[in-house]
Design a protein around this ligand. Structure first.
Ligand code: MG
Length: 265
């Protein structure tokens, strides 16, 4: 009887251990710093922006987040690129295979969102995937369709808990929370107060750092309304100091190594 009880306990413990190790999402421990690497951590090592290599380096640096930009090709493939154009081809009007013919400067292929998420989930339980959904240059509806496709892919790959959605287009963020009401969203444009964001169900402000100098009252308003505070793109030491002094949740930067040094002091 005693032996049976013991084997039962051992088996239960083993099952519990397996269920934790089998699912990376069960053991997310986000890095305890405010650093979001803007388009990945690319600058110091001369990596292409928005490359999988720059994402991996942000994860190695244990940044709290790594940002990237999503656009959709003419044949509706989600790809990672900042500009409207890639190798002088307009992404929204070009088929994916024609874009993919050109490599990034480090030899990588133009990453799809699916490839990017898979790379971002690998050996990573500390760095958020901060996904900027770019508005469409064709029309507003296409932007919302991109948002829907992005959220559905994130759900399919079970990456929800690692994701933060950001956009300059308010309706894109509203679309994201319509599909996933628990999604974490941050608005980029800087033309809405934290109270407004709160009443619209948006979780954070991610404004250009100069906006907080124009509206210093928004910092306190955000904290009172539990609106996350993020700022872009903060590359100068003095600007970093000001945001650190104001206890910003996140600081988005092209210089994550400099911000790591700043936070040590
Ligand atoms: Mg961006």
């Amino acid at each position: 009887m005693k032996r049976e009880r013991l084997s039962f306990l051992i088996i239960s413990a083993w099952i519990t251990a397996c269920s934790f190790s089998g699912n990376a999402q069960n053991k997310i421990l986000f890095a305890q710093n405010p650093i979001v690497a803007h388009r990945g951590a690319w600058k110091l090592n001369n990596l292409p922006q928005n490359s999988i290599a720059s994402l991996k380096h942000a994860i190695e640096l244990k940044c709290a987040g790594s940002e990237f930009d999503v656009r959709m090709t003419a044949d509706e493939v989600l790809v990672i690129n900042h500009d409207q154009e890639y190798n002088k081809l307009q992404i929204e009007k070009t088929k994916y295979k024609d874009l993919r013919a050109f490599d990034l400067t480090n030899g990588e292929k133009l990453p799809t969102l699916q490839e990017y998420i898979k790379a971002g989930l690998k050996n990573n339980n500390s760095t958020r995937l901060v996904c900027e959904i770019k508005p469409s240059d064709i029309n507003k509806e296409r932007g919302k369709a991109v948002a829907e496709k992005v959220v559905k892919l994130v759900q399919k790959l079970k990456a929800e808990k690692m994701f933060v959605y950001i956009s300059f287009d308010y309706d894109i963020l509203k679309k994201v929370i319509e599909i996933d009401p628990k999604a974490i969203t941050q608005y980029l444009e800087g033309d809405k107060s934290p109270e407004q964001l709160k009443s619209d169900g948006i979780s954070g402000a991610d404004f250009h750092f100069s906006v907080y100098a124009e509206h210093p009252e928004w910092i306190q308003m955000a904290k009172m309304n539990k609106i996350t505070l993020n700022a872009w793109t903060v590359n100068e030491a003095a600007d970093m100091d000001r945001l650190i002094a104001n206890n910003f949740d996140f600081i988005t930067t092209n210089e994550p190594e400099l911000l790591i040094e700043k936070l040590k002091h």
